[in-house]
Design a protein around this ligand. Structure first.
Ligand SMILES: NC(=O)c1ccc[n+]([C@@H]2O[C@H](COP(=O)([O-])OP(=O)(O)OC[C@H]3O[C@@H](n4cnc5c(N)ncnc54)[C@H](O)[C@@H]3O)[C@@H](O)[C@H]2O)c1
Length: 252
């Protein structure tokens, strides 16, 4: 049985994780951390990690960037591995995760969906094979309440493509302001906003007389929770290092 501490347990993702773990006989939540301690989840909830001293195997964090520093301190002191899923972290906070990973295993991915990370893996392979002969465009679609564009996941896909390619590619977000043909070394990144779309990503490789398109469609936030629980199981027993979905996907 894997004993989990759930940071941000009373938020939207925390509640999805609570539901998923209830149905998983290999995992149980032994404590929740949240500034909001008012909800009854069937496990104790404390406002600060340092109010909980029982043993635990792994932390799953879907909370807020402000909670990161005490959480990392706690994880490092108690030697409890942590899956950090909170996004919007500053560069300095990313460095803090890296530093903590030198003493305790850490897992970080801005997108915990197994499917999205499989898409990234497939896109890497496609980019390598098709380099030079295909134009690459990324289209993402999200609900009408999303403020940022393009999505962090679209940028992560583009970064995975450019990591793979042998020459530098330029990201182009707007073709409205310039009238010229696209260059062979650009990646067009486009954002569609509307309705209640949870999150769709398409990567288009357009070549001479053929088009390859790799798509991912998210129907609910549950996919991130399923990936986070899988990452927690993956992390238990690992040596201290910084892991991501890239390592998890490559082990499957
Ligand atoms: N990596 C991924 O795949 C992925 C997927 C979904 C959401 N997220 C991220 O997870 C985080 C949580 O998302 P959500 O939709 O559940 O948000 P939410 O606002 O519904 O929940 C956040 C919870 O954290 C708590 N919290 C806030 N500040 C805190 C602090 N200082 N200490 C402890 N708890 C604190 C809040 O009380 C709340 O219960 C966000 O950063 C979101 O972007 C990541």
């Amino acid at each position: 049985m894997i004993n989990v501490i759930l940071s941000g347990c009373n938020g939207k993702m925390g509640q999805v994780i609570t539901r998923i773990i209830e149905q998983d006989e290999d995992v149980r939540i032994v404590c929740g951390f949240d500034v909001n301690t008012a909800m009854n989840n069937g496990y104790p909830v404390v406002s600060s990690p340092f109010h909980f001293s029982d043993p635990a195997d792994v932390i799953i964090d879907f909370s807020h960037p402000n909670s990161l520093e005490p959480l990392l301190k706690y994880a490092a002191e108690k030697k409890i591995p942590a899956v950090i899923c909170t996004t919007g972290l500053l560069a300095d906070q990313q460095k803090q995760i890296k530093a903590a990973s030198e003493v305790v295993p850490m897992f970080f991915s801005a997108n915990m969906s197994l499917g999205v990370n499989l898409l990234i893996d497939l896109v890497r392979r496609a980019a390598k094979l098709l380099e030079g002969n295909f134009d690459i465009e990324i289209v993402e679609r999200h609900h009408n309440l999303k403020i940022d564009a393009p999505s962090g996941t679209a940028l992560a896909i583009a970064d995975a493509v450019t990591d793979t390619l042998s020459q530098p590619y330029e990201y182009v977000y707007d073709r409205h302001s310039v009238r010229k043909k696209r260059s062979a070394t650009e990646i067009g990144i486009h954002a569609v906003r509307g309705g209640t779309i949870v999150g769709d990503h398409s990567v288009i490789f357009a070549g001479l007389d053929e088009v390859i398109e790799i798509n991912h469609h998210a129907a609910s936030k549950e996919i991130f929770a399923v990936g986070a629980v899988r990452a927690a199981k993956f992390l238990v027993g690992k040596a201290p290092a910084l892991y991501s979905m890239k390592e998890l996907v490559s082990t499957i």
